[in-house]
Design a binder for this molecule. Structure first.
Ligand SMILES: [Zn+2]
Ligand SMILES: [Zn+2]
Length: 152
């Protein structure tokens, strides 16, 4: 098999996503053997995910801010911050929630969601800055990949 990008060179590996042949230079271009096209697709998907996370955070912040706005601006910023943390506290709890809770009757579900929502509020307080850090780190990394591409 020949390299998909350099037809004169022999392939030493195949793209993990599409199975096209890759020469040694193309194989070493990224952390694992992946062709340029598939890598760009993954970068695009990851960018979409990052954008989604930013939108979720902002929407929750605005909800919290909006319902407290009338009392005080400082208070509204705090409540906005706490609300913005809820989805990230929630997703953290999803990772550690034992699956036994999935077999609850309806009233159990209501209590489960109330407790989980409340816990999310507190965990979100820490989970939010962690998430914001991840978003910034991932966008910087993706930006680096895009720049490598435009330099080629
Ligand atoms: Zn590929
Ligand atoms: Zn190649």
């Amino acid at each position: 098999m020949k390299c998909a990008i350099h037809p004169q060179l022999d392939a030493v590996s195949t793209c993990v996503d599409c199975g096209k042949g890759l020469c040694s230079e193309c194989t070493d271009a990224y952390e694992f053997p992946i062709c340029e096209n598939c890598n760009m697709t993954r970068v695009g998907e990851e960018k979409g995910q990052i954008t989604k996370n930013i939108v979720i955070t902002i929407v929750f912040f605005i909800i919290g801010f909006y319902i407290t706005m009338d009392t005080s601006i400082i208070g509204a910023i705090w409540i906005g911050y706490m609300f913005a943390g809820i989805p990230w506290g929630w997703s953290f709890l999803n990772k550690i929630t034992p699956s036994i809770f999935l077999f609850l009757p309806l009233i159990g579900w209501v209590i489960y969601f109330l407790i989980k929502g409340l816990l999310s509020l507190f965990i979100g307080f820490i989970a939010l800055p962690v998430k914001v850090y991840q978003i910034i780190r991932d966008s910087k990394r993706l930006q680096g990949i895009s720049e490598t591409f435009s330099n080629n």
